[in-house]
Unconditional design. Sequence first.
Length: 272
Amino acid sequence: MLKFSKYVLLSALLTITASALAADVKATDVKASDDNKSVALVNGVAIPQARLDMRIKVATAQGGQPDSPELRKALRDDLINLEVISQAAVKAGMDKNPENTQQLELAKQSVLANAFMQDYVKTHPISDNVLKQDYEAMKARVGNKEYKVSHILVSSEDEAKAVIKLLKKEKFAKVAKAKSKDPGSKDNGGELGWNVPTNFVQQFGEALAKLDKGQTSEPVQTQFGWHIIKLEDTRDMKVPTFDEVKPKLENRRLQESVQKEIADLREKAKVE
């Protein structure tokens, strides 16, 4: 039985697609030439060196595999296996199957779309000036303090008011364990750990920012229910440097840029 090495996973589809898209060229008519170096001939069909080079590049860059004779042999064997199978599929007429032809066309479109987007990102870099503006906006939004927060979540405002009355007689952690509907915090007495207000939904974060240390809020409604929030403590927060967060800022900007380009292309396209 033909087997594939672990290196086949990242690009097997591309190889199969390339072979099937060329299925209209008979194997007996395709010969390796001196100008197009091949790594193998399978029933007269040349497997180009460039294809193996691409597979090696993917395996080393994305798969973390070191380039070695063993890797090259494994990838060459994979390419031969793929060629053998794709030729058998063509011989059996599977390249004419409507579902298969649609899958091949989708694979081709995906490769081209990915190439287009990679080129777009490469030719539309995000300047450091823009990223530094994002960084300053982030610092202003996050602030320089962290808040240690606990809360009790209930379903209605009446329940929240009843909890506030109960807190006058019982400790917050005890009431949270008994009454809170938040499965992620109730067993810890309602503790949510150290956070900044912007980590929470708007209503929760705004209420938290108004509290003094040790203070408990009035009922606060969010999409999750009704909260009673307690500010346990505050501390100064070390804001990460620009260089530390630059990759994340750049990635977000690139995603936004790519999405805008897709939207622009879609708007210009004639879709009927």
